[in-house]
Design a binder for this molecule. Structure first.
Ligand code: ADE
Ligand code: ZN
Length: 343
């Protein structure tokens, strides 16, 4: 593993499953609370971390939503995104597609414009300032109504140039993809790329994956490792080149299993599986640590890690030119690392 550690650190990476609100580290949460004159019921960072108690998706989400109350102004959203982009860039993440949850903010009175202007400015500044490319994906909260989802989609349209795609997240229980068919059809007509969460080991998971593939016709599924339970869906996903954004350490927190055996099987079956960090402030692992954890627990080899990185650039929503350039950078790294004794 010692050799692979260096290899993973140097690997040019793309991150495609990252909730920006899930990068709110306790230190920044304290700083924003102070700036916005809000009291938090924690003595210090350790005390705050101790309050982050969850064992599955349904118990994680209330902790995540409560913490983001400190995000109020465009500057707050800017600082949040900048902190993530700086961290990602330091880990050689060359490109990131970043989820944001506007309804988690508009529902508590923060204007959509505050959210998108802060995040959008950080993304623009990071390109020159940090050398990292990024784009934003608006996530619809699936435990809210389809009407609220449609209104949010409409609210996004003036900012169309700052948003590359539409996703679906939050509590999956009782909230199938089909609930949002009209919203996603409209999103496609507006030119957005489409993805949806099918969280790990959820009720009716293969039916949800089927709806994503057949009814909504997404380009990617976020998580989606349960696809392996259905041969026909695996074959269809493979034939379509559907992307899967797997999050090993997150899986460990919400299911007790990193699901790396499944990740390896997905690669073996020719599925375009990738590794991502999901909510790193809560799951204590950014990209590099997710790859290290996956490599260690799944006995992945350098060739698997290169395939994971290649898949991520391939299924990304970059234009052809920048995508080819990053894929070429990856292939150069793979070739040069192969002749080093440590690879
Ligand atoms: N929101 C933030 N993280 C999430 C996850 N892993 N699944 C669903 N919704 C989320
Ligand atoms: Zn997620």
């Amino acid at each position: 593993m010692g050799d692979l550690t260096n290899f993973i650190e140097g690997l040019p990476k793309a991150e495609l499953h990252l909730h920006i609100e899930g990068t709110l580290e306790p230190e920044l949460r304290f700083r924003l609370a102070e700036r916005n004159k809000m009291d938090l019921p924690y003595g210090d960072v350790d005390d705050m971390r101790k309050s982050y108690v969850f064992h599955d998706l349904s118990s994680f989400l209330p902790v995540y939503y409560q913490a983001m109350a400190v995000l109020q102004t465009p500057q707050d959203f800017y600082d949040l995104a900048w902190a993530y982009l700086a961290r990602a860039s330091s880990e050689n993440v060359r490109y990131a597609e970043i989820f944001f949850d506007p309804q988690a903010h508009t529902s508590r009175g923060v204007p959509f414009h505050h959210v998108i202007s802060g995040l959008g400015a950080a993304v623009l500044d990071a390109r020159g300032g940090l050398g990292i490319k990024a784009q934003l994906i608006l996530c619809i909260l699936r435990d809210r109504s389809a009407e609220y989802a449609m209104a949010t989609l409409m609210e996004s349209l003036p900012y169309r140039d700052s948003i590359v795609g539409i996703g679906l997240d939050s509590d999956e229980r009782g909230n199938p993809p089909g609930k949002f068919s009209d919203v996603f059809q409209r999103a496609r007509a507006e030119g957005y790329h489409l993805t949806m969460h099918c969280d790990v080991d959820q009720e009716n998971t293969t039916e949800h994956i089927r709806q994503c593939l057949h009814d909504i016709k997404v380009e990617r599924i976020d998580h989606g490792v349960n696809v392996l339970e259905n041969e026909a869906l695996v074959e269809e996903a493979r034939a379509r080149g559907l992307g899967f954004t797997v999050c090993p350490v997150s899986n460990g927190y919400v299911t007790g299993d990193l699901k790396t055996a499944e990740l390896k099987e997905m690669l073996r079956r020719g599925l375009k599986a990738t590794v991502n960090s999901d909510d790193p402030a809560y799951f204590a692992a950014y990209m590099t640590d997710n790859l290290k954890a996956a490599a260690e627990s799944g006995a992945l080899e350098a060739a698997d890690l290169i395939q994971i990185a290649r898949n991520a650039f391939e299924i990304s929503w970059l234009g052809t030119g920048p995508k080819e350039a990053l894929l070429a950078e990856l292939e150069r790294y793979a070739t040069s690392a192969a002749v080093l004794p440590s690879a």
